[in-house]
Design a protein around this ligand. Structure first.
Ligand code: GAL
Length: 690
């Protein structure tokens, strides 16, 4: 296997103005409290080591109580107070929640759901993103804020809107339909191209006039899938236009960097590779889901995805929770120590700012049962003590600021593939793109690998192994990119139901998997999905190496959900179906292409079986699983001539890690062995070669 180039160090990007060390804090909503409470807040913020707060995110109704009349007095006083106390400000534009007067004046700006319901006021959620009145009003309030505070000495960052795409992602209003037609005209030029892309000869859907092209509102049977895919693209584009308009209004008056908080991995509406190019600093919100059995793995995935979106540069954890949230069916409190492990996992995976929703728990409103840094129980509480301890710990980690995380493995992440695959009438309801991403990620996490995520058309040269996790929509360009990666010496692992359709949701010419045919040495002749709850055995006496005897046959594994009838075009069979609809046919294959190797796995393997398969795949990639201790998460941040090993013990029993360095949280040398108590965290400065 030829040596692969070392991952390049990303160019440093802009960072919080005046930000040194690791930023710490949260959303701050002092407008919910009398002003005498503010003075108490800043005293407690200093006690907790808070140095950054996000303000004004939902304050439009207070800042502009009537159309065009602004009241900035309270925000002036607040920013002065924070500045005087050395707490920096992430200033929100309040456009995620327009005031009552706006909807009264512009009722046509209300969002219409797919079923035709007009959504009312009294919650949050922006107006229709394509509404001209909404766009004008957002630029006006944003301009007023930028003019007034753009050079304020407390200002570290601009926080545009809040979580674009939630709770509203698609709007089926007349304004949206008009904007959709304009977007389609830009994309296709004329109706002939639109008809061809949407395949409208099918079911007699051909359009002869632009006015007849509409948003894909509820239909009697399955809607045209390409129309829906394009509507998802358009809806994302419309949201991004709203962001760009606000960002540019800010930039006209302020040099302070601009962000908007993503929900990487949990917002289906936004194509974040494109969003990441528009922000100055990537920031993300992440919440644990009570139903996850290993929430630390989902958290790590979201953090790795965010770092990848940031191009490897430091990013901001804009929101997470100190304990329970308030919007799940059962809002499970965090266990003692869990908050610190969560925070340090984000930090270990590249976050240089650790913030929460929110500073002080709200007494009223929909989120009054949500945890906070300062809970209803006050400063006598466990949560408060842990918040203060975390602030102290982050203070001790200041030197990690700006250091980098490196990964040898990438998993493809492509929002378009999600949009296309999640539509109706796919070959099996059990197909699930996200499930495969999670399964591959979990297997890699358990083997101790730090993972990047990559767009299918991105430069992959820095990786040894790239995983294609049921990437249903895969363009020819992406197929060529992945094939070049293999030819150049990379190892590619491709799951079933990848490379099926192109950007228009049309089956690839040349059949299923055609874009990866050369890299994998096969095509798929027919899908053979399993019945509900069905399983198949795969195994056999085949070699899983290049014929040099370095790898024994694969043990017998179990597949569920899917099998394929594979037509081999040069690939070697690693495992055969022992039963099921594809009995006797290839199940797992390995193919040498150029200097690299392409693996194909045509059934759904569980995480343990994936780990067995990956052990073989690692040999080709020149990787190995780290013999890890169950429940111990280790990530490394690299500085100039120094590494930082972040160790998180998710288990109950203490674990020992062989490492020689200086543990920063305790201030002690490790003397060759680091002991991490059950549930504990440690960060060791290691000087390679010292
Ligand atoms: C986020 C949102 C916050 C708050 C939080 C509660 O999605 O941005 O404003 O609602 O959830 O967990």
């Amino acid at each position: 296997m030829p040596p692969r180039p070392a991952p390049s160090t990303p160019r440093p990007g802009p960072w919080l103005v005046g930000g040194e060390g690791i930023a710490y804090g949260g959303d701050y909503t002092p407008e919910q409290w009398p002003e005498e409470v503010w003075a108490q807040d800043v005293i407690l913020m200093r006690e907790a080591g808070v140095n950054l707060v996000s303000v004004g995110i939902f304050s439009w109704a207070l800042l502009e109580p009537e159309e065009g009349r602004f009241e900035f007095g309270w925000l002036d006083r607040l920013l002065e107070l924070l500045h005087a106390n050395g707490i920096r400000v992430d200033l929100g534009t309040p456009t995620a929640s327009p005031p009552a007067w706006f909807f009264h004046a512009y009722p046509e700006a209300r969002v219409v759901s797919r079923e035709g319901t007009v959504l009312g006021f009294g919650s949050r959620g922006m107006a229709g993103p394509s509404s001209p009145a909404y766009r004008a009003a957002t630029v006006r309030i944003t301009t007023a804020l930028a003019q007034r505070y753009g050079r304020h000495p407390a200002l570290a960052l601009w926080h545009v809107h809040n979580e674009y795409g939630a709770p509203v992602s698609e709007d089926y209003s007349p304004a949206s339909a008009a904007a959709f037609r304009r977007w389609l005209a830009d994309r296709y030029g004329d109706l002939e191209h639109l008809n061809a892309a949407w395949g409208t000869t099918f079911w007699g859907q051909r359009y002869a006039q632009w006015e007849h092209v509409d948003v894909p509102a509820a239909t009697p049977s399955v809607a045209n899938p390409t129309q829906r895919l394009d509507f998802a693209r358009f809806s994302d584009h419309a949201l991004r236009e709203c962001f760009v308009a606000e960002r540019d209004a800010i930039r006209a008056h302020s040099d302070v960097p601009v962000t908007t908080n993503f929900m990487a991995g949990s917002c289906p509406a936004t194509e974040l590779w494109q969003w990441a190019r528009e922000v100055d600093i990537v920031s993300n919100d992440h919440y644990l889901t009570a139903s996850e059995t290993r929430p630390e793995i989902g958290l790590a995935l979201a953090a790795d995805l965010t770092r990848s979106l940031a191009g490897g540069r430091p990013w901001i954890l804009m929101e997470h929770s100190t304990s329970a949230v308030s919007w799940q069916p059962r809002n499970v409190a965090k266990q003692p120590g869990e908050m610190a492990r969560n925070a340090l996992s984000h930090l270990g995976r590249g976050a240089d700012a650790i913030l929460f929703f929110q500073w002080r728990a709200s007494r009223s409103g929909a989120e009054k049962f949500h945890s906070a840094m300062l809970p209803h129980a006050g400063t006598g509480s466990r949560v408060w003590r842990e918040v203060v301890a975390l602030g102290r710990d982050l203070g001790a980690l200041a030197e990690l600021r700006g250091t980098q995380v490196r990964a040898d493995v990438a998993i493809l992440w492509d929002q378009e593939s999600f949009w296309a695959q999640d539509l109706e009438w796919r070959p099996s309801v059990d197909l699930d793109h996200r499930e495969r991403i999670d399964a591959f990620y979990t297997a890699l996490w358990q083997a101790g690998h730090t993972v990047d995520f990559a767009h299918p058309e991105a430069d992959l040269a820095a990786y040894r192994l790239v995983v294609v996790p049921a990437s249903y929509l895969l363009s020819r360009a992406a197929g060529d990119n992945l094939t070049r990666f293999v030819a150049g010496g990379g190892t590619l692992l491709v799951s079933y139901f990848s490379g099926i359709v192109d950007e228009t949701d049309a089956v690839h010419e040349g059949g299923y998997l055609a874009p990866l045919r050369r890299a994998l040495g096969l095509t798929v002749e027919e899908f053979l999905p399993l019945r509900e709850g069905g399983s198949v055995r795969v195994g056999g006496e085949h070699r899983s190496d290049a014929g040099d005897g370095s790898a024994p046959p694969m043990p017998e594994l179990e597949g569920t959900v899917w099998s394929d009838d594979i037509a081999l075009e040069g690939a070697a069979v690693v495992s055969t179906y022992l039963d099921g609809p594809a009995a006797g046919r290839p199940a797992i294959t390995r193919h040498t292409h150029g200097l690299g190797t392409g693996w194909y796995v045509s059934t759904r393997l569980g995480v343990d079986d994936l780990m067995t398969l990956l052990d073989r795949v690692y040999r080709d990639a020149g990787l190995s699983a780290r013999a890890g201790v169950a429940g111990l998460e280790v990530v490394v941040r690299h500085g100039v001539g120094v590494d930082y090993l972040v160790a998180l013990n998710h288990g109950d029993a203490p674990v020992a890690v062989a490492v020689d360095g200086h543990e920063l949280l305790s201030g002690r040398a490790t003397d060759g062995t680091l002991k991490v108590p059950g549930g504990g965290v440690a960060v060791v400065r290691v000087t390679p070669g010292a």
